[in-house]
Write a protein that binds this ligand. Structure first.
Ligand code: SF4
Length: 268
């Protein structure tokens, strides 16, 4: 996937109307923000999905030397939040001035100053969606009706990217790393999938208590390639915005790529 070497390479993909729908005053400002990694190409509604997919323009990973600042820019927003009310809204625990909830089966908390407490590595791809879940999640209770990201609010735009950064990455891991689903079940509290939706292998993960993901893998068979898809509960877009859902899916896929690598399985 090509990377941008300067902002003008991004600008040339835009329609130059300066319509402002991306929240920037001009297309050039947006192009600069994409190049610097602050925005994703998919945030301009005028860029066709094929272009977005071919440029792999995911919402940006924070630059490695700026990860703490990136997380801080979100955690500071928690400072003005009534955490006790947020805990009630989300079905989370609140004690000692700290809101705590299960992230992939592990306790992650945040206090009134925005400080994060966690037993697991603070990966920004997961921590930032966690903060968005606390800040904006409505606490909608899952209905058990599974949909693809494309069917969620604003999901159509993000779907090509989601396929690239989540489904396809997961598929590569599942193709080479036979313990992937055992890890999901044992390390991250994965649960069995209702029989109606079962693929060759499938697991329900809970990145957040009211935000389940169903991951499904079909093994190669009769000349057909393997396949992998992630599904969300139909309420997911009420608990997390589409950009955070994307970030979360891509982040979890990246996490399992690293786990596979640690066990000696190389994922191309
Ligand atoms: S939404 Fe797209 S076309 Fe409109 S100003 Fe932003 S970058 Fe330009």
């Amino acid at each position: 996937m090509p990377a941008f070497s300067n902002a003008m390479e991004v600008f040339r993909l835009l329609d130059k109307s300066n319509c402002g729908r991306c929240g920037e005053k001009t297309c050039l400002a947006f192009a600069g923000a994409v190049f610097l990694g602050r925005r994703g190409l998919s945030e301009c509604p005028s860029v066709p999905a094929e272009t977005i997919a071919s440029f792999g323009a995911a919402p940006p990973a924070p630059p490695p030397d700026d990860r703490e600042a990136y997380i801080r820019s979100f955690s500071q927003k928690v400072a003005g939040l009534d955490l006790e009310e947020a805990a009630r809204r989300l079905g989370a625990d609140f004690s000692g001035g700290r809101l705590t909830l299960k992230v992939l089966g592990k306790d992650v908390g945040v206090d009134q100053s925005g400080r994060i407490y966690s037993d697991i590595h603070q990966n920004p791809w997961v921590v930032v969606p966690f903060l968005m879940y606390v800040l904006e999640g409505r606490g909608a209770v899952p209905t058990g009706s599974w949909v693809s990201l494309r069917e969620l609010k604003d999901g159509y735009e993000y779907y090509p990217l989601f396929e690239e950064r989540c489904d396809k990455v997961f598929k590569k891991v599942a193709d080479v790393y036979p313990d992937l689903f055992d890890d999901m079940a044992h390390l991250f509290g994965g649960k069995p999938v209702p029989a109606l939706f079962r693929a060759d292998i499938s697991v329900v993960l809970h990145p957040f208590p009211r935000l389940p993901l169903m991951v499904c893998y079909w093994k190669p068979e009769d000349g057909m390639d393997s396949d992998f898809h992630v599904f969300f509960d139909e309420t997911a877009d009420r608990n997390l915005d589409i950009r955070s859902l994307f970030t979360l899916g891509a982040g979890i896929a990246q996490m399992f790529t690293k786990i596979a690598a640690r066990h000696g399985f190389k994922v191309d």
